[in-house]
Design a protein around this ligand. Structure first.
Ligand SMILES: *Cc1c(COP(=O)(O)O)cnc(C)c1O
Length: 490
């Protein structure tokens, strides 16, 4: 909306000519794309524009006329391209394509992680990227280390400062100096004590605030983020059902005791996301009610997820779940918060998690599952029934859900989960990744069973997290896009 509105102000209020107004508008505005999901790549009916902001629509049509003239002269006899680039999508109901308008009316377009910027350029708005290649760039997101490490996790902050001094607070790249200390017994001890401390503090807070009991001697395994099918909280829940089935079948099975934490809100009208919350809550209740699971498995869904809860739980986490269907998470930022707080990541090659693993070394991550290319190229033939029919643990987990084991008093309420995962084709490919998730989970537990090895990985994760400071991200915007210099404060 800024493009046509700034044009309107410059043309109608300031009385400038079109070329001068267009030049100022383009040089003023820059566009950061934050997701490739259709629900956020907005398209608005031309009719609504005409009713609400008719002058802005007139300006959009004129921008479009000039744009399409230049497409036709640069790519003669390519009407298909003209149609794809157009700011107006044709059809029974015409729509304004807001992303196209933002790209055409600004001097810079960026995505928020390397893979996201690449998909934006090569897939989502390919034709516009071919027309204006110099406008496109990547700015990988970051989070502020003052809030997410210094304020949220004082014991770890002290351990880090004890090892390398406090320059990391304003220059997070300094954390690299931890790498050579990953085998230092004092540093390892500091990291282990800080984690233990944070887990106890969280357990105490949970007890006093919600009268919930968790055991700090169990592995704290977290997935906290908005509830969405692409983020695959349901895949995490299926992993837990597989582990639950293993323990039911073999009560003597050796497996580190674990506490699985979920938290997150769902959009009010997103009914399947609400049902996923209900499923996790029922899973937690069923496991709680099974005496054989006591001290072995526990699941909690914490209500009212917000930044304050994240600040408490992330420092206490051993394991960070970043398990989106590859190609769908633009960046993720909780992945970075966990990394700075010495949790290890089990995750897919998606968003900024790819760059995090590069920084820390893939051997210090637990990566699994289909890549974005594999997801895209199997769209045509992927069939979740294959996994149901050929993977005994996948089938047993789903059958247990469908048997109302987790919904004894409300039979049938999880029927929509069957539709999503099987009948309607499992769009987010949960079943394709379940087996490799459970395999990665086994590798993770093996590593956890060797504490020295685990702490070494944790230190190398923190050492590699320096790139994911918002200071670095903002400096890149300032230098490359805004062309502004730092203004030192006295
Ligand atoms: C960091 C944060 C997010 C983003 O989490 P993702 O896992 O990256 O989606 C969402 N909500 C809150 C409260 C956060 O602190």
């Amino acid at each position: 909306m800024s493009v046509p509105e700034l044009m309107r102000i410059l043309l109608d209020d300031a009385g400038l000519g079109w070329d001068r107004a267009w030049d100022i508008t383009r040089r003023t505005l820059a566009y950061t794309n934050h997701t490739l999901l259709p629900e956020a790549l907005e398209k608005w009916p031309v009719e609504s524009f005409d009713m609400l902001v008719p002058r802005n629509l007139e300006i959009i049509f004129e921008i479009n006329r000039r744009l399409l003239d230049s497409v036709r002269s640069r790519f003669p006899n390519d009407e298909a391209r003209v149609e794809r680039v157009s700011l107006v999508e044709e059809g029974p109901v015409k729509h304004v394509r807001m992303a196209n308008l933002a790209i055409v009316g600004s001097h810079s377009t960026n995505g928020v992680s390397a893979i996201h910027s690449e998909l934006l350029r090569k897939k989502t708005v390919k034709d516009l990227a071919e027309m204006f290649p110099e406008r496109f760039s990547n700015k990988t997101n970051g989070v502020t280390p003052r809030r997410w490490l210094l304020l949220a996790n004082p014991p770890l902050a002290r351990a880090i400062t004890g090892a390398i001094g406090d320059a990391w607070i304003t220059d997070l790249g300094e954390l690299r100096r931890l790498s050579p200390l990953a085998d230092d017994p004092t540093v390892r001890d500091g990291f282990r004590k800080a984690k233990r401390d944070a887990k106890c503090r969280f357990a105490d807070w949970l007890k006093s605030s919600f009268d919930m009991t968790v055991d700090p001697d169990t592995v704290f395994d977290c997935q906290i983020k908005r509830i969405h099918e692409y983020k695959r909280q349901l895949l995490n829940a299926l992993r837990i059902v597989v582990l639950y089935n293993r323990l039911r079948e073999n009560p003597k099975l050796e497996m580190a005791p674990r506490t699985f934490f979920f938290s997150g809100k769902a959009a009010p009208a997103y009914r399947l996301a609400k049902l996923i919350i209900k499923f996790i809550d029922n899973l937690a209740g069923t496991i709680d009610g099974d005496p054989a699971m006591r001290g072995r498995l526990k699941v909690l869904f914490l209500p009212e997820y917000d930044v304050s809860l994240a600040e408490r739980l992330i420092p206490a986490s051993d394991v960070s779940n970043q398990i989106s269907t590859a190609g769908y998470e633009a960046t993720g930022t909780s992945n970075m918060k966990f990394m700075m707080n010495a949790a290890l990541t089990i995750g897919t090659r998606d968003g900024a998690t790819i760059e995090m693993a590069q920084e820390a070394g893939e051997e210090n991550f637990f990566l699994f599952g289909l890549t974005a290319e594999e997801v895209a190229s199997s769209r045509g033939w992927y069939d979740p029934h294959w996994h149901y029919n050929n993977e005994p643990e996948t089938r047993a987990a789903l059958d247990l859900i469908f048997s109302d084991h987790f919904s004894r008093y409300e039979p049938g309420i999880f029927g929509e989960l069957r539709n999503a995962l099987l009948t309607h084709g499992d769009y987010y490919m949960h079943l394709a990744d379940l087996k490799s998730y459970v395999d990665a989970d086994r590798r993770l537990l093996e590593s956890y069973a060797a504490p020295e090895n685990w702490t070494r990985k944790a230190i190398l994760n923190v050492a590699g997290s320096g790139k994911f400071s918002s200071d670095r991200a903002i400096a890149e915007y300032a230098t490359d896009i805004w062309k502004v210099k730092p203004c030192p404060v006295q």
